[in-house]
Structure formats: C-alpha cells, structure tokens
Design a protein around this ligand. Structure first.
Ligand code: IPE
Ligand code: IPE
Ligand code: MG
Ligand code: MG
Ligand code: MG
Length: 302
C-alpha cells in the first residue's frame, strides 16, 4: 500500500469521514425507487453514490463547525449542495455538453441509463436540493431557510454555475482574455464553492465580516481548484481522475492552462491556494483543515 505523508493522510481521512456522514444523510433524503418513476430515482442514486470527493459538503461542515452550528443542520445543507453539484455533473457529461462516458470511475448516467433518464435525474436532483433546504429540519428559522434557498439559487443559476457553463460552451468561438477565463471559472466552479463556504456563516447568522472572509477564501479556493482540474485534464490519467482526460484542448475549452501553459498555471494555482489559506488564518486552530485544504487540493490527481 502506498504511504502518504502524514499531512496528506490527515486530509484524506478527514474528507472520508465527512463523506461517510453526508452519505448517510444523502441516503435518507434521496427517494427510494418506487412505481413507474423508479427508473429516474435509480438514476439519481446511481449518480450520487459513485464516490465523489464530497468537497462541497466538507466545506459546509468545516465552516459550520467554526460557528458551532449543530451538525445535523450542516449535514442537510451539505447534502443539498452535493445533490445540486451531482446534477451539474450529470448534465455536464451529456452528449450535448462535454459528451463524456466516464464519471467518478463509472459509466456516466446517460451511458448507464439513457439520455432522457439522465436529463430527468439531473432535474430531479436540482429540485431536491431546494426541498432539502426548505425543510424545517434544516433550520428552525424560516428566514434562515429562505436565505439558504436564495443563496443556492443565485450561486447555481444563470449568473452563477449555469452562467459559467454557458460561457464554457461559448469559449471555443472566442479569444478569451485571462480575466474572461477567470470569470468563467469563478462562475462554473467557484460559485458552488462560495455557497458551500458561506453556508456555515448563514446557518449561524454570523456577522457580515465572516461572510465576506469566507467568500474571499472560497473564490480563491474555487479558482485554484478549477486550475488543478484543468491541469489534471492535461497531465493526469483517466484511472486516477475517474473521468476522461485530454479533452479540454480537443474541445477548444478556454482554461488557465490553454492560456498560460502548465508551469504558469501551476504557479497561479499555488498563489491562489496560499492566499486562500491566509484568509482563514485568523480563525486559528479551528480552521486548520480549511487552511490546509487549498494546497492539498491542488496536489490531487483526481
Ligand atoms: C468536478 O468536481 C467538476 C468541477 C467543478 C471541476 P469535483 O472534482 O469536485 O468532482 P467529484 O464530486 O469529486 O466527482
Ligand atoms: C464542469 O467543469 C463544472 C460543472 C459541472 C459545473 P468540467 O467540464 O471541467 O468538469 P469535468 O472535468 O467534466 O469534471
Ligand atoms: Mg464542462
Ligand atoms: Mg466536463
Ligand atoms: Mg474539467
């Protein structure tokens, strides 16, 4: 067995522990396949229980812990963002989008089922996210629940993640500047990281300064994370990544790597990761994992 350096091992274990906890909640909130609609519910479960890293849940749990938010509430928000993220992957892989056959080390949902089922499963995961947030079990205050719903809608909507996906599709027809690529990536990937990192502050009704600080952290982390994803596409293997590699260039995608080359893109990811860590340093030991996460994530292979 490969031995990881202690620090790396610590993160891997912390992520796995968070994944186990959120997966219990995911199992409880995902509908059990029943009746003639069972096929779409099977596809929802297939897409969700495929061993993703559960990073967005991890961010929710870690930021919620900073403010002493009851774990059960944080886990529900974590489950909500994970089902929404999973929907975005199911649709991202469709033939009309990135046309991928492999995701999380398994056939993509449209390959395993069919395109219509994958579209419906994505739609149902998206709507389920809001059902989870709106449920009183998520927070006793209706105002906090409504704020979470609004936050997630804004971050996943046409000026957030979906906006980023639209720009990503448009990119091959344009000559994007670095600023435009950064904007694309902030929306496509950064927006859900931002929601996840600020969710703890929202659940705790924390002061604006915490909200701002966690937003700054998430924007740098999200961009560093997406640059690392683009580097994996160029340098990685499908086996480690659990998805096809070498596709961005083939599809003419605009990425930091296509603009900067590998070396400068790597340096930029490191700079952003360092800055993200600094941003949460004021929280002290409580933010130890949040502080180390950016550097850990840019060193990943999948
Ligand atoms: C993949 O996200 C899509 C991007 C935003 C790059 P993740 O790398 O978090 O995918 P999973 O959830 O671990 O499969
Ligand atoms: C997808 O970005 C981001 C979202 C699903 C919102 P990519 O297309 O780069 O993600 P991968 O590489 O397929 O995971
Ligand atoms: Mg894509
Ligand atoms: Mg893709
Ligand atoms: Mg990618």
């Amino acid at each position: 067995m490969m031995t990881l350096p202690i620090e790396k091992q610590g993160f891997t274990e912390a992520l796995q522990a968070a994944a186990r906890e959120v997966e219990e909640v995911l199992d409880a909130v995902l509908p059990q396949p029943t009746g003639l609609q069972g096929r779409v519910q099977d596809a929802m479960r297939y897409a969700v229980f495929a061993g993703g890293k559960r990073l967005r849940p991890f961010l929710v749990l870690q930021t919620a812990a900073l403010f002493g938010v009851p774990k059960g509430r944080a886990l529900r928000v974590a489950a909500a963002v994970e089902v929404l993220h999973t929907y975005s992957l199911v649709h991202d892989d469709l033939p009309a989008m990135d046309d991928d056959d492999l995701r999380r080390g398994r056939p993509t949902t449209h390959k395993q089922f069919d395109e219509a089922t994958a579209i419906l499963a994505g739609d149902a995961l998206l709507t389920l996210a809001f059902e989870i947030l709106a449920d009183p079990q998520t927070h006793p205050s209706g105002a906090v629940r409504a704020a979470l719903v609004t936050d997630l809608a804004r971050h996943s909507g046409s000026n957030g993640m979906i906006g980023g996906q639209m720009i990503d599709i448009e990119a091959p027809n344009h000559d994007f500047s670095l600023e435009q690529v950064a904007d694309l990536q902030r929306r496509k990937t950064g927006a859900l990281f931002e929601f996840s990192s600020q969710a703890g502050a929202r659940l705790a009704e924390a002061p604006d300064a915490d909200w701002e600080r966690l937003g700054d952290y998430a924007r740098d982390l999200g961009l560093a994370f997406q640059i690392a994803d683009d580097l994996i596409d160029v340098l990685g293997t499908a086996e480690a990544a659990g998805k096809a590699v070498g596709k961005d260039q083939a599809m003419g995608k605009a990425t930091f790597v296509s603009l900067y080359g590998v070396e400068r893109a790597t340096a930029e990811a490191e700079r952003l990761a360092e800055r993200a860590s600094q941003t949460v340093a004021d929280y002290g030991p409580a933010a130890h994992l949040l502080g180390g996460l950016p550097l850990f994530l840019i060193g990943r292979e999948g």
